[in-house]
Design a protein around this ligand. Structure first.
Ligand code: PSV
Ligand code: MN
Ligand code: MN
Length: 388
């Protein structure tokens, strides 16, 4: 039996970072469905994030995206976040929304464009100095649509050079989180397509470069928990971008498409003693809420991560080890499934009540009147990068 008091402590200590861009309008390739009441500026995104934290108690950090969240005074923005009881988390860069980057950013054959892209990464570190952020999150859209379009290997060299320059600019407490993505927007080849490529670049860079696993960035059927286990063993897992996918990079609510996969991932985290924020893994959401109300969707997403985590913590690890060591296939599988099939909602309600929160975060948000207030007062909001 798992120790219930320890499970509750672990759930209370858990932290989940939300992305500023999930609060703004977003859409598909075909249409952005603007919603009433969305934030008009970074301050209003922070205010919405503070609502998520108010009702969940585990989401005090918000990731920013530059230039979508560009302001003149980041120290002031930081102070504003603090006044709301939250903090600024990772700084995400944007080297994918400029005509110059048609053939790539840091891997572009044109040295002028590579310089421009690398300068943006360096500028993001300057911003981190002002926000006090630890994490620089890098996702490169770089890739090729056609065989022969550019030299695959030269592009790796150019990528390595930009990463090196950025890494060398980091302060002692700062680190790089390098995302990978199988395809899109490039279709034939992507310059950081998989965890192995990200891992190899991180090894080359040094201790303060680690891999970010975006759960939506794999081929269908990929065993993501294996990647988690492997990277943990190598001490090279730095972060997650959580979301759900059915087909491609769908950016749906985490835990909605495949809650069992999320449980398996969180089990590897628990197995690796990597849940506590002190371990250094950042558990972030990277989602878009195109057709549903955004704040309750983000609260739901946080709750989905909590539920998967609670189930993972409930795995009877002694019984599992016994069954595994005995080669008892059915029993080992049964031990894992017992935990997965436990209804952890009452346990999480208790954890929330113990923390002085409403046991029903979505109900509490609905009753708060915040949604009505933002709809009435925020006119003309359309600032999320994806939809702007
Ligand atoms: C694009 O695929 C993407 O969803 C990446 O996952 C980044 O983390 C995110 O955009 C924000 O730049
Ligand atoms: Mn991502
Ligand atoms: Mn993505």
């Amino acid at each position: 039996m798992a120790d219930l008091a320890a499970v509750k402590r672990a759930l209370t200590a858990q932290r989940i970072e939300t992305p500023s861009w999930a609060y703004g309008n977003s859409g598909t390739r075909f249409k952005v469905f603007a919603q009433p009441g969305v934030p008009r500026n970074p301050e209003e995104k922070l205010a919405d994030a503070a609502e998520v934290h108010r009702y969940t108690g585990v989401a005090p950090a918000v990731a920013l995206h530059i230039p979508w969240d560009k302001v003149d005074d980041y120290a002031k923005l930081n102070a504003y976040a603090e006044s709301l009881g939250i903090e600024i988390g990772a700084i995400n860069t944007n080297v994918f929304q400029d005509d110059d980057y048609k053939l790539g950013s840091v891997t572009n054959p044109d040295p002028r464009i590579r310089r421009k892209a690398t300068d943006h990464l360096l500028e993001a570190v300057d911003i981190m100095d002002q926000t006090g952020s630890r994490d620089l999150k890098l996702w490169f859209s770089d890739g090729l649509n056609y065989p022969g379009q550019d030299d695959l290997r030269n592009r790796q060299d150019r990528l390595a050079a930009a990463l090196r320059e950025t890494y060398d600019r980091l302060g002692d407490h700062q680190r790089i989180l390098l995302e990978y993505k199988l395809f899109e927007p490039a279709f034939y080849a992507t310059d950081v397509p998989d965890w192995g490529t990200s891992y190899a670049h991180c090894i080359e860079l040094g201790e303060r470069a680690t891999v970010c696993i975006d759960t939506g960035h794999h081929a269908p059927g990929t065993n993501i928990e294996f990647i988690v286990a492997f990277l943990l063993r190598q001490k090279k897992l730095g972060a997650f971008d959580f979301n759900s996918r059915f087909y491609a990079d769908d950016d749906l609510m985490v835990g909605s498409a495949d809650p069992f996969q999320l449980f398996r991932i969180m089990y590897e985290i628990v197995r690796g003693d990597a849940l506590n924020p002190a371990y250094g893994i950042s558990f972030m959401l990277d989602q878009c809420h195109n057709i549903e109300r955004k704040i309750p969707a983000i609260i739901r997403s946080v709750m989905n991560v909590q539920e998967a985590t609670a189930k993972a913590l409930l795995v009877d690890r002694d019984a599992l080890t016994r069954a595994q060591d005995a080669g008892d296939v059915l029993e080992a599988n049964a031990v894992l499934m017992d935990a997965y099939n436990t209804d952890v909602r009452p346990l999480l309600a208790e954890v929330r009540t113990d923390a002085g929160l409403d046991p029903d975060p979505i109900g509490a948000y609905r009753r708060s009147g915040h949604d009505e207030k933002i709809i009435a007062t925020r006119v003309g909001g359309n600032q999320a990068g994806w939809g702007a």
